[in-house]
Write a protein that binds this ligand. Structure first.
Ligand SMILES: Nc1nc2c(ncn2[C@@H]2O[C@H](COP(=O)(O)OP(=O)(O)OP(=O)(O)O)[C@@H](O)[C@H]2O)c(=O)[nH]1
Ligand SMILES: [Mg+2]
Length: 484
């Protein structure tokens, strides 16, 4: 099976449970109070870094993950159970980015690290939460919300202290095998190594054992930066190491090879050339010492320390190992790399004409999210929603746009009927004034002995305080479905 180090998956949090609608039932008490509990939260999806897998191969067959669904709340104020979380294990060194925006979601550099990648939905509130002095028996509940969904690009980037960079067959695997505990495959043909191998080099230091991890990266060839050979994939792994070790075969034009390797790195990421590096001139057992010295001198012109070795015979390691420890820059402090917050785009509430041209559509993420959580066919829920409309300034916006009482107003998936409270109040006030004037006139007539005609009762009834009321079944049928 080919080695997978890049893969896309879809993760989604579970839906939150709906709140419950329930009323207490007690012996001898006919109507108990509302006691519906909250819905459970939806389960979330996490990524966790482990070190017992070295590729993304085991994710190949399952590309979609979803957290468990939260259960609905119950009577007696009992909350519904939360949905189960899902934990996806990935090799340490996995970088997760949004496949859509490229934003970093998780950079798992330590074993055991866990990052939330898709939050489960919220549970809805039960009807008990909506009771207050005015609304003692709310016959509605809040719905749970859907879980977060994201399309992730997972990329495995080997994390090692030292990265071995060289042409195929230069002896990189031989060197790793001779210096460390790793036992990579070694053979006399090129491209023996097809996926990165990791090894640990240990030595006794004054404060106990000191360790360096070394990655044997598949051979780089000319135009690797353009994707040639195993190219690009492995340049990525090299980019995650702190010290570069160029491995050159003494018999294969090492000076030109070094220049070519550096060129490939530079083309991929120019910053790589600024990284601490050293040169290992390998296979010295196949040449005479004078030739080795001459070539080593030539290589030194590049400005990096040069160590001559024979990976096969273990020669030169006395100089190589201390040089590695000396050159390795200190590990940067482990800073949890926070996911780059995606810019939060404001989605203000706004009013537009609907498609028919006679009604209105009110848009806005916050407003639509609130409406989606309630049953717009339920009068109790609608009267609750009206408070939100007022606080979000929906009524003012509609009025300014020119809405008139009776107009259809679509918000998310629900249709309401606009009621212009101010106009109604003005009308009522005018009627009151007219009534008062009539009464006074009648009184004057009475005092002056004129006809005692009844004063007009007027229509001073306080209009419903509702700003927007649902299209009721009598006049409109059930609220229309959204038009979009
Ligand atoms: N004589 C001699 N042969 C060596 C030495 N180092 C490696 N070799 C041989 O060179 C060949 C390639 O060695 P590998 O370690 O597989 O080379 P590599 O750089 O890992 O090659 P790829 O994985 O193909 O990129 C093998 O036949 C090794 O035995 C050395 O110091 N002296
Ligand atoms: Mg190899």
């Amino acid at each position: 099976m080919p080695f997978r180090d890049v893969l896309e998956i879809t993760v989604q949090g579970g839906k939150g449970g709906d709140g419950a609608m329930s009323f207490m039932r007690l012996k001898y008490i006919e109507k108990g109070g509302p006691d519906g509990g909250h819905g459970g939260e939806g389960g979330s999806v996490w990524l966790e870094a482990v070190d017992n897998v070295t590729s993304l191969d085991n994710l190949v067959n399952k590309r979609s993950y979803r957290g468990g669904t939260g259960l609905q709340g119950e009577g007696r104020q009992r909350a519904g159970a939360g949905g189960d979380d899902v934990v996806i294990t990935v090799p340490v060194g996995t970088l997760a980015t949004s496949a859509d925006t490229g934003a970093v979601v998780a950079d798992l550099v330590e074993v055991g690290e866990r990052v939330l990648v898709a939050q489960g939905g919220l549970g809805g509130r039960g009807n008990a939460s909506f009771a207050n002095a005015r609304r003692q028996a709310p016959r509605f509940y809040e719905r749970g919300t859907g879980g977060e969904k994201i399309h992730l690009r997972l990329e495995l980037r080997t994390i090692a202290d030292v990265g071995l960079v060289g042409y195929p067959n230069a002896g990189k695997s031989s060197l790793l095998g001779a210096l460390s505990n790793a036992r990579p495959k070694i053979a006399e043909y090129p491209f023996t190594t097809l996926s990165p191998n990791l090894g640990v080099i240990e030595r006794d230091g004054p404060g106990g054992p000191e360790r360096i991890t070394m990655a044997d990266i598949p051979g780089i060839i000319e135009d690797a930066h353009l994707g040639k050979g195993l190219g690009l994939d492995f340049l990525r792994h090299i980019a995650r190491t702190r010290l570069l070790l160029f491995v050159l075969d003494l018999a294969e034009g090492p000076v030109a090879t070094l220049a070519a390797l550096r060129h490939e790195l530079e083309e991929y990421d120019a910053g790589l050339l600024d990284r601490p590096a050293l040169v290992v001139l390998n296979k010295i057992d196949l040449a005479d010492p004078s030739e080795v010295l001459e070539v080593a001198d030539e290589l030194a012109a590049a400005g990096m320390p040069v160590v001559s070795v024979s990976a096969l015979e273990g020669r030169g390691f006395d100089a190589l190992v201390p040089t590695l420890f000396d050159l390795l820059p200190p590990r940067p402090p482990a800073v949890a790399q926070p996911a780059e917050a995606e810019p939060f785009e404001a989605d203000p509430t706004r009013v537009e004409r609907d498609m028919s041209g006679s009604g209105w559509v009110v848009r806005g993420r916050d407003l639509e999210a609130v409406v989606a959580r309630f049953d717009a066919d339920n009068p109790d829920a609608v009267s609750y929603l009206q408070h939100h409309f007022a606080s979000l300034g929906v009524n003012k916006l509609l009025k300014r746009a020119g809405a008139a009482t009776g107009d259809d107003v679509q918000i998310g998936g629900a249709v309401f009927e606009y009621f212009d409270e101010e106009a109604a109040e003005n009308e009522a006030r005018a009627a009151e004034r007219a009534e008062k004037a009539g009464r006074e006139a009648a009184e004057r007539r009475y005092l002056s002995g004129a006809d005692d005609e009844d004063a007009d009762e007027g229509e001073a009834d306080d209009p419903a305080a509702d700003h927007v009321s649902t299209a009721s079944a009598e006049d409109e049928g059930t609220p229309a479905k959204p038009t979009n």
